[in-house]
Design a protein around this ligand. Structure first.
Ligand code: ADP
Length: 925
């Protein structure tokens, strides 16, 4: 074991035989303490890889002797981060600069990818479902079809519909709930607005090949996923040479879909990174966020924090809601407190239409949203916080604008229509008129635009986009300030090193027609699912820039073990971060004094911790890629100084005397003041700063640059043979009649595929009666996907429409998503006696049509008396199901009664009275 860091560094020489290390390491030379990995999207493109490998194979390797502890980063010498343009990385590292200037966001071309290779990396269950879904073009996650245009969609939104693609409902729903999206997450137990990833391709052998030549591979840098699966991220890791670890603590980067366990946080070594801060649910839980902002409204004045629609948490605040309603009449939008992706949301005219026994957040409905060609839209912007003390917030230069599929109409008759009032992709994609842009360079087509395209569109119309973006920045900073105090105190208690945590938040913002932005919610794990070239471009770029900006230390195993040793010694004495701060020095006193006097806080008067913070902030800024730092900025202190404690710089959100509000740390410091001063006020650097308002706004308005067209990966579709399906169906029916049974896994697979076919029909060939059956089934089934009260009774949705079909399909999609996730745990590793052999059954599933699946399910259920959806571990003890009528859709018709027989039905009819009052209460908004 190396005894000192310099020894560890000497031992850490890593030979790079393929790629030039400077392309992939920045902020310091390999082996230096500051060195971090570089992530670049262009390596996702096989063509770029080829040229890179050709170019790099001729290049010489760096001399490992150059590796010195604390070797200054090239960018640190000249402090260039304050001098160069915002669009390019400022480090002298040419590769990084190039990456920032010429972003290439290609995903691997499917033609070059052997499907069998691909499926090699999937779990056994995924492998099977990968086969089925690719065997059916309609549920292929990335298949494309020519656009279909309806009379409802002839506006500019759809202007280039010949270019647009419209992946069929079933295909997109397979992504939403699909087998492709299968992941080890069981349920999202917490109540944050966490989004789940939906699609993307798996990594391939080719990715592994390129990965092994990367510095990260040689350095044995590892990542770990916990309760999440982000395929885009997995791909980025693989091609950059990071390897997955299953170990509890031996990761360099932990990417989790849920909040961190405090135990893990407490034991983080300085080189480890995790993607969440402790207690960030203060921001990401709808009810907590609103309460935090409400507190700031009381403390600092409504005019400063009028950033969220007035909201009430029911049933606790029912009376307050009634009072507010009597003052200013509805409508109100009702959201389950523990939900995301538009699940369970509905709009009412009056609070008495809201059931009293569910915990919901009720918000004032903004009736005059900004519309694009008549379609309501909202924004998803990506906010990166790399530190809460000091507060460092970045806003990604590009965001996504989501449009509702149906044109907006304020009439109360339309309040039920989620495809008009909600902009969630996860709802609108089920509408048959939903259009995706098929070209990454065309950003203002279809129902998903980029933020920059919206800004250009609004500017063209004469809107003040400059002020709009400043207001959005302001809203983001204020939301973070409102929640920061609790997070900072948690960081102090649980996070041992200043750089351990970072977090990417998905902010959902609605803009009203006066261009005022309203914060709707903040997502804990914004979806990185991609459904179009546009998505691919924005999200792969975002993730690569995020990883580079955050900085994964490029430490060798020797360096890590050195730190681990040091750390275990340190942990035995204390695990509090502040303990790492050196004793108070004259600099701290001088910091306080200088603040009062307005005098300079010179860098060499800073404590060790302050120097680390400053150095880290500068390096990070130099690696920011497309991230725009919105806090601190030049005018931060002027604008937000009031909201910070004057002594320690911590955002104050409790109504007590300043300086006494925060559990005062042992040592007094003001990192915000120190950072702002050193970045913006010292040595006249202010004038050279490139992070000015003008530069920032310009960056938001500029489209992400790509240097060639983006081929969107189309999953190779396997032909289904109808005849073969019929033949195999006969074989299966014969086997079942002869006494063979389906395993639980096979039965659940069959049921899922059958429901997928039904879901597809719901929008392609809507049948009123089938929508009713499905709603009845879901109503009875209850659970997390039960329809919102408004939709539980089909009689109230008299007008047959595509939107109604989409709504039912969405509900079914949500049900399927959970069902399939559960199914994963039923995979059989070998064939059981008396059961149908899996290879034969898989063949059948590969070619089966809806009618084949229905025939097998019907016979099997009649023979065994067990309902397929109850093919779970306790399913055998339930009462037998009544016989299923034969004939077309017999199984579907029997579905709701099967749930009743199972005894799992939940009594939901108590809400039925509600519909009468809703019917009567039609008003104009
Ligand atoms: P979820 O987490 O389920 O996506 P959101 O809060 O983002 O919930 O709301 C979903 C959609 O509902 C948004 O896309 C937006 O269009 C609409 N919406 C939410 N709140 C309001 C509101 N107060 N006024 C108008 N529309 C809203």
């Amino acid at each position: 074991m190396p005894s000192s860091l310099s020894e560890a560094l000497t031992n850490s020489s890593v030979s790079l035989d393929f790629l030039k290390q400077d392309d992939w390491i920045t902020s310091g030379k390999m082996g230096s303490r500051e060195a971090v990995l570089v992530f670049r999207t262009n390596i996702l493109n096989p063509k770029t890889r080829k040229s890179l490998s050709e170019k790099s194979s001729a290049q010489t390797l760096s001399d490992p002797k150059d590796n010195e502890e604390e070797a200054p980063a090239p960018c640190e010498k000249t402090e260039p981060e304050e001098k160069t343009s915002t669009s390019s990385a400022t480090c002298s590292n040419e590769a990084l600069k190039e990456a920032a200037q010429r972003k290439i966001y290609f995903l691997r071309n499917a033609q070059n990818c052997d499907k069998s290779d691909k499926s090699k990396f999937l779990s056994p269950f995924k492998k099977l479902m990968h086969q089925y879904s690719s065997s059916d073009t309609s549920i292929s996650s990335e298949g494309e079809e020519p656009a279909r245009c309806s009379s409802e969609s002839k506006s500019r939104v759809l202007k280039t519909n010949q270019n647009a693609i419209n992946i069929s409902l079933a295909e997109s729903s397979s992504k939403e709930s699909g087998y492709d999206s299968m992941k080890p997450v069981k349920t999202n137990a917490n109540t944050d607005t966490s989004e789940e990833d939906q699609d993307q391709e798996a990594t391939s052998e080719e990715d592994d090949e390129i990965g092994v030549n990367m510095p990260a591979f040689k350095l044995k840098i590892t990542y770990k996923f916990h309760q999440t699966e982000t395929k885009l991220l997995r791909k980025l890791f693989t091609v950059h040479g990071l390897t997955e670890t299953q170990g509890e603590n031996n990761f360099n980067l932990l990417w989790t879909g849920v909040h961190m366990k405090l135990d893990i946080l407490r034991n983080l070594a300085p080189y480890q990174r995790v993607n969440h801060f402790p207690r960030s649910y203060e921001l990401t839980r709808k009810d907590r966020l609103y309460k935090n902002i409400e507190r700031m409204q009381h403390l600092r004045g409504m005019k400063h924090f009028d950033i969220v629609p007035q909201s009430y948490v029911l049933p606790l605040e029912s009376r307050d809601l009634m009072v507010a309603h009597n003052k200013h009449r509805g409508p109100w939008i009702v959201k389950p407190a523990a939900s995301s992706r538009g699940r369970g949301i509905f709009i009412v005219n009056s609070p008495d239409q809201i059931p009293q026994d569910e915990q919901v957040l009720v918000s004032k409905y903004i009736v005059d949203p900004l519309c694009i060609d008549g379609h309501k839209c909202d924004l998803r912007v990506y906010v990166l916080v790399t530190s809460f003390d000091p507060l460092i917030i970045y806003l990604y230069e590009e965001g996504i604008v989501r449009l509702a599929t149906v044109r907006y109409d304020r009439h109360a008759d339309n309040l039920w229509n989620p495809c008009m009032h909600l902009c969630n992709y996860s709802i609108n994609k089920y509408h048959s008129d939903y259009i995706r842009s098929s070209d990454a360079q065309v950003e203002d087509v279809g129902h998903k635009w980029t933020l920059s395209a919206l800004l250009r569109h609004l500017k063209y119309q004469g809107c003040d986009t400059h002020q709009l973006m400043l207001n959005i920045e302001d809203l983001i900073i204020k939301a973070v300030l409102a929640c920061a105090q609790t997070i900072i105190s948690a960081c102090r208690m649980f996070v041992p090193n200043g750089n351990n945590c970072f977090e990417l938040y998905g902010f959902d913002i609605l803009i009203d027609n006066s261009l005022k932005p309203w914060l709707l919610e903040i997502n804990l794990s914004p979806s990185m699912g991609v459904d179009s070239p546009l998505d691919t471009k924005v999200k792969s770029c975002l993730m690569a820039d995020l990883l580079t900006c955050v900085g994964i230390p490029a430490y060798s195993p020797e360096m890590r073990s050195h730190y681990d040793q040091k750390w275990s010694r340190f942990r035995s004495s204390s695990c509090q971060r502040q303990a790492t701060v050196p004793p108070p020095s004259s600099s701290q006193k001088s910091t306080k004094k200088s603040k009062k006097k307005g005098a300079a806080v010179h860098t060499n008067l800073l404590t060790g911790e302050e120097q680390r913070i400053l150095r880290s902030a500068r390096h990070q800024y130099s690696r920011r890629g497309g991230f725009v730092r919105i806090f601190p900025t030049d005018d931060t202190m002027q604008r937000y100084g009031n909201f910070l404690d004057s002594a320690n710089g911590i955002p104050i959100s409790t109504p007590t005397v300043q300086s006494q509000t925060f559990q005062t740390p042992i040592l007094q410091h003001n990192y915000n003041q120190m950072l702002h001063f050193n970045l913006y006020c010292q040595d006249g650097r202010l004038s050279k700063d490139d992070n000015t308002e003008e530069n920032r706004i310009e960056q938001y308005e500029r489209a992400l640059e790509t240097d060639s067209e983006i081929p969107f990966v189309k999953k190779p579709a396997m032909e289904k043979c109808e005849e073969e399906g019929r033949r195999l169906r006969k074989v299966m029916l014969k086997k079942i009649t002869a006494g063979s049974e389906l395993t639980q896994f096979q039965a659940r697979q069959t049921f899922s595929l059958y429901l997928e076919s039904v879901m597809r029909r719901l929008t392609e060939d809507p049948k009123d009666s089938h929508e009713k059956i499905i709603l009845k089934f879901l109503n009875k089934f209850g659970g997390s996907v039960k329809p919102p009260v408004l939709f539980r009774n089909m009689q109230n949705l008299k007008v047959a429409s595509k939107a109604r079909s989409a709504m039912v399909a969405k509900l079914l999609g949500d049900f399927l998503e959970n069902y399939k996730r559960d199914t994963e745990s039923y995979v059989d590793s070998f064939d059981h006696f008396g059961m149908i052999p899996s290879s034969a059954y898989n063949q059948f599933l590969m070619h089966a049509q809806e009618s084949d699946l229905e025939a097998v399910l019907t016979l099997h259920t009649n023979v065994t008396g067990i309902m397929p959806f109850l093919y779970n571990r306790c399913g055998l003890s339930v009462p037998p199901t009544p016989p299923i009528p034969s004939g077309l859709h017999g199984f579907l018709r029997a579905l709701p009664s099967m749930v009743s027989a199972s005894g799992t039905a939940r009594e939901l009819s108590k809400y039925d009275g509600y519909f009468k009052s809703y019917e009567k209460d039609k008003i104009f908004l």
